[in-house]
Design a binder for this molecule. Structure first.
Ligand code: FAD
Length: 384
């Protein structure tokens, strides 16, 4: 076994760590206060080749492997978790389009996603339910060379300002379940689209929103893949994005552990360093070990993806464990800073609010455990 990154990956890691510390981290708090992520950040991420980096260079991507993509997610999220969301949605939509669209669609849609010319989102969740993701009600009715979209999507990351979205819509009947769902790459500036932004606990800069589709006419040529194949396509995308979410969360927790180790070593009380007390050092020791294990789980899934081997349940496990662990670790880091940790001037409260969102987004812990159970026990453990 070899747990090390190769020379190119190490360069990527140090380059992005430097970029994130210089350009992202200093504005992390103000972006939360302003609830705004400037478009110039998206352009910079695009210029660095970090948006949907796994996409073939022929369509504007870098052809990057998945382990290296994970490195990018870690380093960028360490500086600003919100910027990690931009990477996440572009990677997810980019990978699905790359895998399932035809040549014309790939040439038309992907370069703008990769360069940051458009901000893209993924719209599956509806008001009637997110966990039961196949129960899509938003309808896409064929009308000549177009489809007419009617219905509502909710809880869409970047939804308040995204230019495009990959939208799961029902082209078949409700009885057809997942097989009646198709995917459409939709221009969100089209007539009939309206939005309503949520007031969120965390990641306020990303602008999670409801999207309303009122007779939105989309060309039939914007349907990605065959009619009825949309649900499976999107779920295949989640297979790897879950490891990337894990790494986003591990990164901010690790950054906080690093800072807290330094703080408790420097802080003087009872005639010496606070770190002398096991009540202070053991929570950090536990956090360090658990974060290392969660990080390896994420990278194992990405490595398996690079090898073309099954990795879905490992990624699901990473998606359940890493955000939950990160939230617990961040709570501990906040407490170890004493009264200072409770202040909005320190980042622990913001980081904790931010990672909690990804305990829900992209599938909750319960749904991830159902996926793991189904993989290790079989369909008898279906659950839903
Ligand atoms: C920060 C954030 C970002 C998001 N971004 C996006 C996005 O970009 N695009 C998008 O489409 N959606 C997005 N979502 C929506 C997210 O995917 C859903 O919220 C999530 O899948 C849960 O669906 P729900 O909210 O409808 O809860 P429900 O499905 O109603 O579940 C409610 C509770 O019941 C539990 N539960 C449900 N079914 C079962 C079961 N069978 N067994 C055990 N427990 C169960 C759930 O775990 C949860 O605790 C985002 C959500 C958040 C919070």
């Amino acid at each position: 076994m070899d747990f090390s990154f190769n020379a190119e990956q190490k360069i990527l890691q140090t380059t992005l760590a430097d970029f994130a510390a210089r350009e992202l981290a200093p504005h992390y708090a103000s972006r939360d206060a302003d609830a705004d992520l400037p478009r110039e950040i998206v352009a910079k991420l695009g210029a660095l080749g970090l948006l949907a980096p796994m996409v073939d260079p022929a369509y504007g991507g870098q052809g990057l492997d998945y382990v290296s993509t994970g490195i990018a997610f870690e380093e960028i999220s360490r500086g600003d978790f919100n910027a990690g969301y931009v990477l996440l949605l572009s990677a997810l939509v980019g990978a699905i389009v790359h895998a399932h669209a035809d040549e014309r669609q790939k040439s038309e849609f992907l370069p703008a996603i990769c360069k940051g010319g458009v901000v893209t989102a993924l719209a599956t969740t509806e008001p009637s339910g997110g966990s039961d993701a196949a129960h899509v009600k938003l309808s896409a009715r064929r009308d000549g060379d177009a489809y007419i979209l009617d219905g509502e999507k909710t809880s869409i990351s970047l939804g308040s300002w995204a230019d495009t979205a990959l939208v799961a819509a029902r082209t078949g009947t409700l009885e057809q379940g997942a097989r009646g769902v198709s995917a459409f790459y939709v221009d969100l500036h089209s007539p009939g689209v309206s939005r309503n932004r949520f007031k969120d606990l965390g990641t306020r800069a990303i602008g999670r929103a409801q999207l309303f589709f009122d007779g939105v006419r989309v060309p039939a040529s914007s349907r990605v893949g065959a009619e009825g194949a949309g649900f499976v396509q999107v779920m295949q995308g989640f297979d790897f994005s879950r490891s990337l979410i894990g790494l986003m969360c591990v990164a901010v927790a690790q950054q906080s552990v690093d800072e807290t180790c330094k703080y408790v070593a420097d802080r003087q009380a009872f005639g010496g360093s606070l770190a002398r007390f096991e009540g202070v050092s053991f929570p950090l020791a536990e956090a360090a070990v658990k974060l290392r294990a969660a990080r390896l789980l994420c990278y194992e899934a990405l490595w398996l993806k690079d090898q073309g081997q099954p990795h879905g349940w490992i990624a699901a496990g990473a998606k359940w464990w890493a955000p939950e662990l990160a939230a617990q670790v961040l709570h501990q880091c906040l407490l170890l800073h004493g009264h200072l940790g409770f202040s909005l001037d320190l980042p622990y409260q913001q980081r904790m609010r931010d990672v909690i969102g990804l305990e829900i987004g992209d599938g909750t812990a319960q749904i991830m455990k159902l996926l793991v159970a189904r993989a290790i026990i079989g369909n008898v453990a279906r659950g839903y």
